[in-house]
Write a protein that binds this ligand. Structure first.
Ligand code: ZN
Length: 134
């Protein structure tokens, strides 16, 4: 079953589900003949997921000193993005909170849930084994 957008010679637009691409187009309710309208995705190319959380302003200046219109616009975009990420979790990325991002963790920030005991022991004591006395 394939869903098609159709338009009749009288200008009415409607959707129809047809058994195959070779099926005849159904008549419009007004009785006129119909033609298939190419899908918008086919014309526009790949769909954009829109801006992500990382694109969102994170400073007061970034919000143009709290510009209400800008904040409202970002809120709308992020609500849309959240819906998209619920549907496609792979778009969400790593959303665990960052616990440390300085010093030894500058190149690779530590996030909640990371197993860091061994790395921390190596950095601090030069060994990962508690019984290994040099
Ligand atoms: Zn019609």
């Amino acid at each position: 079953m394939i869903r098609y957008d159709l338009k009749c010679t009288g200008g009415h637009r409607f959707e129809a589900v047809l058994p195959s691409m070779f099926s005849d187009n159904p008549e419009c309710e007004c009785g006129a003949a119909t033609a298939r309208i190419p899908a918008r995705v086919a014309i526009g190319g790949a769909a954009s997921p829109g801006p992500s959380r990382d694109d969102m302003p994170t400073t007061w200046r970034g919000t143009r000193n709290g510009d209400k219109e800008l904040i409202r616009s970002w809120h709308t975009k992020m609500v849309e993005r959240e819906k998209l990420e619920e549907k496609y979790p792979e778009l969400a990325g790593d959303r665990r909170p960052v616990l440390a991002h300085e010093g030894a963790f500058a190149s690779e920030p530590v996030r909640a849930g990371d197993a860091i005991a061994a790395q921390l022991a190596q950095e601090t004591f030069g060994t990962t084994s508690p019984t290994d006395n040099p």
